[in-house]
Write a new protein. Structure first.
Length: 248
């Protein structure tokens, strides 16, 4: 596997030889590179230590399904493929990424197409950084923390933007604008994302029906839930559950 990594970088990827040592010196920033099938071909030392693997060789050729919970891996790989197919970078993605203890935390991710020496896309690379690792970048998010904390605690209930705005003493227009600027989602889409992620856990870990999960997670009904689930996860809830069972 080590030879695979060296060969890929030296023969395929267009880079300067000084790049890899530099990537290992990044403090609090994880760097990764994947091939066209989202298999890991490189990780800097920070990411290797974060996973507790000890050696790059043990990570090579793995994908996110091998490392993360299914519902997290689905989103990561979906974003990889968006970049690979479009050739367009994705900037400032706010994602749930497990910390070194396996607890999902908010991380900031940037993804870029990876080119070979023929200027063809041969994969995707990017950076992942904990929002808590940068106090300067964290400050704007902390200003909205009362609202996001409320969403996490009450996602199963009806939540209005005006109520969230009051928690952070902003007008509705100011709140909606600031929220979207920071999270790249409207408050209502963020609420839906939290509900979908929680429903993924219930689909994997319980025998509840899709309708029961829909209601428990704050959706109007089975149809509304299924429609939103497909939009986020690109599978129906039933397909997701079956896929999870087969993979685990």
């Amino acid at each position: 596997m080590a030879n695979f990594s060296k060969s890929f970088w030296e023969k395929e990827v267009n880079h300067q030889s000084s790049l890899l040592p530099l990537l290992n010196q990044l403090k609090g920033v994880f760097f990764f590179a994947k091939d066209l099938e989202s298999r890991l071909i490189y990780a800097n030392q920070g990411l290797i230590e974060h996973y507790g693997i000890g050696d790059l060789e043990n990570l090579l050729a793995t994908n996110d399904y091998d490392i993360h919970a299914h519902h997290i891996a689905v989103q990561f790989i979906h974003d990889d493929q968006r970049v690979i197919k479009s050739g367009e970078p994705l900037y400032d993605l706010i994602e749930l990424f497990p910390d070194r203890y396996g607890i999902p935390q908010l991380y900031l991710t940037n993804k870029f197409p990876l080119y070979n020496k023929k200027n063809q896309i041969c994969g995707v690379c990017g950076t992942v950084q904990s929002l808590e690792a940068s106090q300067q970048r964290l400050a704007p998010y902390m200003s909205l923390a009362p609202a996001t904390d409320y969403i996490k605690a009450h996602y199963c209930e009806a939540i209005k933007s005006e109520d969230l705005a009051k928690l952070v003493t902003l007008s509705i227009a100011q709140f909606n604008r600031r929220f979207k600027d920071l999270f790249k989602l409207t408050p209502q889409r963020y609420i839906t994302r939290v509900r979908i992620l929680e429903s993924c856990n219930l689909l994997m870990k319980t025998n509840k029906t899709v309708t029961e999960i829909a209601i428990e997670c704050g959706f109007y009904d089975h149809s509304h839930y299924t429609r939103e689930f497909k939009k986020s996860m690109h599978l129906s809830p039933k397909q997701y559950k079956l896929k999870s069972i087969n993979e685990y």
